[in-house]
Design a protein around this ligand. Structure first.
Ligand SMILES: [Zn+2]
Ligand SMILES: [Zn+2]
Length: 124
C-alpha cells in the first residue's frame, strides 16, 4: 500500500504522533537523546512522514510513519543537526537498536490499540 495523497494536505500531515506511541518511544529510549545521551526533547521520524519506509524493514504502515520502530528520541541540538543535514546516520541501524530496546519495555495494550486504530484509518 502506497502513501495516500490525502495525508499530504496541510493540517492533516502535521498531525502529532499519537500520545501512547510518543510516550512509549520516550520510555524505550530512557528519556535520553539517542546520539549523545543528554536529556531527550523531540521524537524524530527516522524515515520522514512523507517518505516510504523500505519494505524489507518490515515496519507496519501507519499514518505519517508513526510506528515506534521509525521513531527516535533526540535532544534539540541533535534534532536540529539531523534536519539540517549536519548528521547523516545509519537508519537501518537505528531501527535495529529501537527493536532491541523494545524487548526491554513492556508493550502496553494502549500502544497496540493505537497502532490498530492508525492502520484502520489508513485503510479507509
Ligand atoms: Zn543529543
Ligand atoms: Zn525530526
Amino acid at each position: 500500500m502506497g502513501m495516500d495523497p490525502r495525508f499530504f494536505i496541510r493540517g492533516i500531515d502535521m498531525k502529532p504522533i499519537p500520545k501512547p506511541i510518543h510516550d512509549y518511544v520516550w520510555q524505550r529510549d530512557g528519556g535520553r537523546c539517542r546520539f549523545c545521551g543528554l536529556e531527550g526533547e523531540h521524537v524524530h521520524h527516522i524515515y520522514s512522514r512523507y517518505s516510504q519506509i523500505p519494505a524489507h524493514l518490515k515496519i507496519q504502515e501507519t499514518i505519517n510513519n508513526n510506528h515506534p520502530d521509525n521513531l527516535i528520541l533526540l535532544c534539540s541540538k541533535h534534532h536540529f543537526r539531523v534536519h539540517n543535514g549536519n548528521i547523516v546516520y545509519d537508519k537501518v541501524k537505528e531501527i535495529e537498536i529501537s527493536r532491541q530496546r523494545a524487548k526491554l519495555v513492556k508493550t502496553t495494550t494502549k500502544l497496540i490499540e493505537c497502532l490498530i486504530k492508525n492502520k484502520s484509518k489508513l485503510a479507509k
